[in-house]
Ligand binder design. Structure first.
Ligand code: HEC
Length: 377
């Protein structure tokens, strides 16, 4: 332990000499530069009470290291640790990133600071960036995101698109859904979004929210007629083409399953499901997803110290962080020191009773379609 500490003190002195030096040492090539930066940044991370901002060399090394880490968990770690001036610009740029997980992470970091929140509000006020910002906030779903989204949903002067987008974004997670119920109860939700809100909340996985919403919001006509037993359903035949349309659209299956490259990677790839499951097994898989929960797809809920609940599949877990893939196929990285509780859920992440969306014939069509999904010879 002693020698360890000694080593860091030496590193600290070296670092100070290097980074504080007015003469910039330019690394010969990018690899050498990256190695040097990594050493400096590691040393800085361990030096308490040294303000790296006083050293231009250290600032440059930190910024380069942050750029290199973009899109990885290290990025967030570095931003939180060093909070470099002007980092908001980099975070804002990544809000529009194709990598949705990175966009959500940046939004979270921005919402953590006063200046960041101001910038997010500016993006919401700008018609060009409002919708994409609303979407990212919906994916984030923490208390701050929910309150920003509700101000949009309540503002009758904003365009319908933005308000409807906010309602849909709020409906993505439980805190947002509860907020929608609250707004509907207070009658501050603008009239033209009531139907959308009612339809979205009627599909909530949270019974308490669903019931509360049914009292204050218009309810869509759902097909909730009882189905015949599975063995009889399996004898009916459907339409493959209609089944594919249902699978990709109203049935929401492609939100979680990939078939031949189309769809999102939350549940298992179904490109060859026709080789694997009988019709009966397919029907059961849709009606009772929790019966067939497979080890690779166990559903977890993580409670964080700021009261947020992130639910989804556990992609990885280390001493430092846990990664949860949500139903939106977003990878949420949660640092272990923010985790209050991790709980395995008995319920599948796949919603139950999807036949309420598809109707009986729609379900049969989807099954017919799945029987055609086979290994290419
Ligand atoms: C929110 C994500 C989600 C949605 C939406 C969803 N599924 Fe799933 N599905 C899963 C997950 C995750 C599994 C893995 C088993 C489990 O944990 O329940 C699964 C399992 C399955 C299986 C069994 C696969 C196997 O290899 O045994 C079938 C079949 C299936 N889903 C079909 C569908 C169909 C059809 C729809 C649309 C009507 C649908 N799913 C909608 C997430 C989803």
């Amino acid at each position: 332990m002693k020698t360890h500490r000694k080593r860091w003190i030496t590193a600290g002195i070296l670092l100070f000499a290097y980074a504080a030096s007015p003469i910039q040492i330019h690394a010969a090539d990018p690899d050498t530069q990256a190695r040097q930066d990594a050493v400096i940044v590691r040393a800085l991370e361990r030096l308490e009470g040294f303000d790296y901002r006083t050293s231009p060399g250290a600032v440059a090394a930190v910024l380069r290291e942050i750029d290199r880490a973009a899109g990885t968990p290290r990025f967030v770690e570095l931003v939180k640790r060093f909070q470099p001036d002007g980092i908001e610009k980099r975070l804002l740029a990544s809000l529009d990133s194709k990598n949705q997980s990175a966009a959500v992470e940046s939004a979270q970091l921005l919402l953590d600071s006063d200046n960041g929140r101001k910038l997010i509000r500016q993006r919401l006020a700008n018609a060009d960036t409002a919708i994409s910002t609303i979407n990212v906030l919906g994916l984030l779903g923490n208390g701050r995101a929910v309150s920003l989204l509700s101000t949009v949903a309540e503002n009758a002067e904003l365009p319908f698109d933005q308000r409807r987008g906010s309602v849909a974004a709020l409906a993505r997670n439980k805190p947002g859904q509860q907020k929608l119920v609250e707004l509907a109860t207070k009658k501050t939700l603008v009239g033209d979004t009531l139907l959308v809100a009612g339809a979205l909340l009627s599909r909530s996985n949270h019974q308490d929210v669903k019931q509360a919403a049914a009292k204050v919001l218009p309810q869509p006509a759902l097909d909730d007629r009882p189905l015949p037993p599975v063995d009889q359903l399996a004898k009916l035949s459907g339409d493959v083409k209609a089944g594919q349309v249902m699978f990709r659209g109203k049935g929401t299956c492609a939100n979680c399953h990939i078939v031949s490259g189309f769809g999102k990677d939350v549940g298992p790839n179904l490109s060859e499901i026709g080789n694997k499951l009988s019709r009966e097994a397919m029907i059961t898989a849709v009606l009772l997803p929790s019966a067939g929960i497979s080890h690779n797809y166990e559903n977890f809920s993580v409670l964080t110290d700021d009261g947020q609940v992130v639910t989804g599949l556990k992609i990885s877990e280390t001493d430092r962080e846990v990664v949860i893939r949500t139903v939106d196929a977003i990878d949420r990285k949660i640092s272990k020191d923010q985790v209050e509780l991790i709980r395995k859920s008995e319920k599948s992440i796949m919603p139950e009773n999807l036949h309420h969306l598809t109707g009986q014939q729609g379900l049969i069509d989807v099954v017919e379609y799945m029987t055609t999904l086979k290994k290419k010879p």
